[in-house]
Design a protein. Structure first.
Length: 367
């Protein structure tokens, strides 16, 4: 078992990763000081695969489990689902000595985490991510949120988990589209922070998709190390942490525009990364060769880099409703070469619109 420590003083915690960790969940919770009763939140599919082994481990450690089921998919990431979890928690008489466990992907983690942040003004929670995207990104860092019809993640909180347990064995049951979507966040880390990591991912793509345990464990560990380093510098997203939003500005707008039902999160982010790279190229902060590398690696991973269609004005309007907007100005994260990201709120509106138009029509200003 590998461990990555998220250094946040008294709010710090361990990310435990490796194979065959689910039978150790109870022991790891006890080690983290979590005992008593827990609300285990999952969706029907994940619970049918892993709920039994997790509950058996918790029972062995003396933890009493209350199960709360939620729907599977981004459309369930809302206040209605949170209200349902409140009902189960209150009906089961959970109290401030209790904790919540999220067993599933990013949606389960976000909803269960937001519930933990707000129930009784905050109770501890544990992330047990079962998708690649959740293992490398959403389970780490303490951002928990639900969606609003007018924007993604507009209702949320900062609430760090007490523990993250990432069992790479769960990826064996992940469908291929979800696995590919998770690679967007992995590739993102290489583009904005670590060029050598980007090269490694590019060179070992086949082994990653074969679920080679050594390669996969290292890729997940390095992703968690990068995110932990950034979160340790800026827990509340006031400065450097914002570079983790590379690809997410346009990506979130695309998800909102399509009603959260067309693109998986990673697919939308991949399109956003490609378009942000195009903007950076036009600003002279990225060479054509570097721009080509970004698209090539995304496509090699099986990710989309262009949407089949969209309404440019509606996409731009969705950008203006994004939670990253400051005083009416859209903030973008752009690559400055490979391995370094930067934040800007000084992009001309027409530049952004032209890139969006060119993506859809193939027209627009030539580079």
């Amino acid at each position: 078992m590998e461990r990555v420590r998220v250094e946040l003083g008294e709010r710090g915690y361990d990310i435990c990763l490796g194979k065959d960790l689910l039978p150790k969940v109870g022991e790891l919770c006890r080690e983290a000081g979590l005992m008593g009763r827990t609300l285990l939140v999952s969706n029907p599919l994940v619970y049918s695969l892993y709920g039994g082994v997790v509950e058996a481990s918790l029972d062995k450690a003396g933890v009493s489990v209350v199960y709360a089921e939620m729907g599977d998919g981004e459309e369930y990431k809302n206040l209605e689902t949170v209200s349902h979890l409140y009902d189960v928690a209150i009906g089961s008489r959970l109290d401030r000595t209790s904790f919540i466990i999220a067993l599933g992907g990013g949606v389960v983690g976000d909803v269960a985490g937001f519930t933990a942040a707000t129930f009784l003004r905050g109770v501890p929670f544990v992330q047990i991510p079962t998708t690649l995207q959740a293992q490398v990104d959403s389970s780490v860092g303490g951002k928990v949120a639900v969606n609003h019809p007018r924007g993604k993640n507009l209702i949320g909180a900062f609430h760090q988990p007490a523990l993250v347990v990432a069992d790479i064995g769960t990826l064996a049951t992940l469908d291929s589209r979800q696995m590919v979507a998770g690679m967007a966040e992995v590739i993102k880390y290489g583009i904005i922070w670590d060029k050598d990591f980007l090269n490694y991912v590019d060179e070992h793509m086949e082994e990653i998709y074969r679920l080679d345990p050594q390669v996969l464990t290292w890729v997940i560990k390095r992703s968690c190390e990068i995110k932990s380093e950034i979160v340790g510098q800026d827990e509340r997203d006031e400065d450097v942490r914002s570079i983790l939003n590379y690809g997410h500005t346009i990506g979130h707008a695309l998800e909102v525009h399509t009603g959260y039902g067309t693109y998986l999160h990673g697919e939308a982010v991949a399109i956003g990364m490609s378009l942000a790279a195009e903007i950076s190229l036009r600003l002279g902060n990225l060479s054509l060769q570097e721009r080509t590398v970004i698209d090539r690696v995304l496509q090699k991973a099986g990710l989309p880099i262009r949407p089949p269609s969209w309404d440019v004005q509606e996409i731009y309007a969705a950008l203006l409703r994004d939670k990253k907007v400051r005083r009416g100005v859209v903030r973008f994260v752009l690559p400055r070469g490979l391995g370094q990201g930067y934040i800007t709120d000084e992009l001309p509106r027409e530049l952004v619109l032209d890139v969006l138009r060119q993506t859809l029509t193939g027209e627009g200003d030539e580079v």
